[in-house]
Structures are given as C-alpha cells and as structure tokens.
Design a protein around this ligand. Sequence first.
Ligand code: ADP
Ligand code: ADP
Length: 236
Amino acid sequence: MSVLVAKQVTKTYGQAGIGVPYQALKGIDLTVNKGEFVGIMGPSGSGKSTLLQILGSIEQATTGDVYIQNQHLDELTDVNRAQFRKSHLGFIFQDFQLLDFLTVEENMHLPLALNQIKHKDSQQKIAKMADILGVREILKHRPHELSGGQKQRVAAARALIHTPAVVLADEPTGNLDSKSAKSLMQALVKLNQQELATIVMVTHDPYTASFCDRVVVIKDGQLFHELYAEKERSRF
Ligand code: ADP
Ligand code: ADP
C-alpha cells in the first residue's frame, strides 16, 4: 500500500520577478509504500531539501501532485494543511530542533498533546518510545544537557511518537559522530521494522544511506536511479 505518492513534481524558485527563475526540481516521480525506509541521496544543491519540504507540505510544488495516504496536499486549506502535518507527518532535522525549555519527556509529549491523545495512552507511548530509542534515563533532562546523539534520538522519538503516516528526516546524522550516527540509524531501523514506520530520509552520507531498504539518487533536480541497499541493517 502506498502512503506517499509524488507525481511529476517540479519546483521553480524566483518566479516573482526576482532574479532568474531556477528549476530546482524537474519532474519527480516517487512512490513510497507503507513500512519502507527510503533514502534520498545526491550532491549538494541537487534538490534534496526542496523535495523533502514539498513532501512535508512545508513548500508547495510549482506543478505536479503529492498525495499522503491518498490526501492530495494541494486540496488542503492552509489551516487543514497545518493540522494534517501535525497528525500525519513527523520530522527529524539535522539540528534536532528540540524545545530547550521543555524536558525530554515534555518534548516527546508535544505531538501527542497536539493530537489530543489521552494521558494514559501518552504515558504508555512515551515509555515505549523511550525504551526503543534508549532515552529512558534522560526523560527528566533538558536538551542542553544531552549529547548530540542523545538529542537526535529524542528528536526521532518525538517525530514518531504519534505514529505518523510518514517520517521525513533531513540529514539526521549530519551533526553526529560516527558512533552516534550508527546508534541513531539502528534505532530508526528498529522503529521501521517493529512499528512499521515509513521513513523518507535525505542524506549525502553513504553509510547513513546503507541502513535504508531503498535509495533513490537525485541529481540536478531529477531522480536518476534506485539502489536496493546492501543492507547494513541485516547485520544486527
Ligand atoms: P540540496 O538539499 O540537495 O542541497 P536544495 O533543495 O537545498 O538542495 O536546493 C536545490 C537548489 O535550489 C539549489 O540550487 C538551491 O540554491 C536552490 N534553492 C533552494 N531553496 C531555494 C529558495 N528558497 N530560493 C531560491 N533558490 C533555492
Ligand atoms: P541543506 O544543507 O539541508 O540542503 P541548505 O543550506 O541548502 O540546506 O538550505 C537551507 C535553507 O535555505 C532551505 O530552507 C533552503 O530552501 C534555503 N535555501 C537554499 N538555497 C537557497 C537560495 N539560493 N536562496 C534562498 N534560500 C535558499
């Protein structure tokens, strides 16, 4: 079952008469099935972030269509789009984007509160995610007290805790040392396999990409080929 479908997506920047229009995406077709872990690789400037932002309904495509769980993103009003994003999507960013005035537990609780999940269910979900991601001991800490690897595992917990249809990750290992990167990727694979989480991840790092089921390569705004990864993931 496909949870994400992009059809002939293009993006042109600078159309409003400022500078020369630049076509960052030139007709992207991508289908992601439920439970897939897909990597998007490509050189800097190839359009990875732009594509991820369009899939996440943060940016709008210039032409083309994106569907998430059969919802055509263009058909949502701005208010509904914001609500749809909160309920159907999870985001993991390179720079974590945790709220420092909240504890780890409160950061994880936020998406549940935004989706009106009952207190008892929330507590269970937080405990379960904390176990999978190995952050149980730090639930009462604040982000500034944590290592980069811990922060990103908390960010992953927050992105996935409300069981979104798709999790979009933009260079999640970009600020991590190789040991932290490995433990984050192992945790994401676990979530992907145990919870059937669907993950779409942009990375330029081949090691990070090796944890995916499938990697698509983007160059100059076009998808070139797909690699079915050699599966680093099967080794543990
Ligand atoms: P990547 O994530 O692969 O590095 P991006 O999607 O960030 O690539 O950028 C693709 C191209 O689009 C680049 O040439 C970039 O400079 C351009 N671009 C991205 N965002 C904007 C924007 N908001 N306005 C104008 N050009 C942009
Ligand atoms: P990444 O490393 O994730 O690709 P970038 O540094 O390329 O990030 O871009 C960071 C942000 O700046 C993005 O939101 C992107 O859309 C925007 N951006 C990138 N290139 C340009 C540009 N030439 N003009 C305006 N905004 C841009």
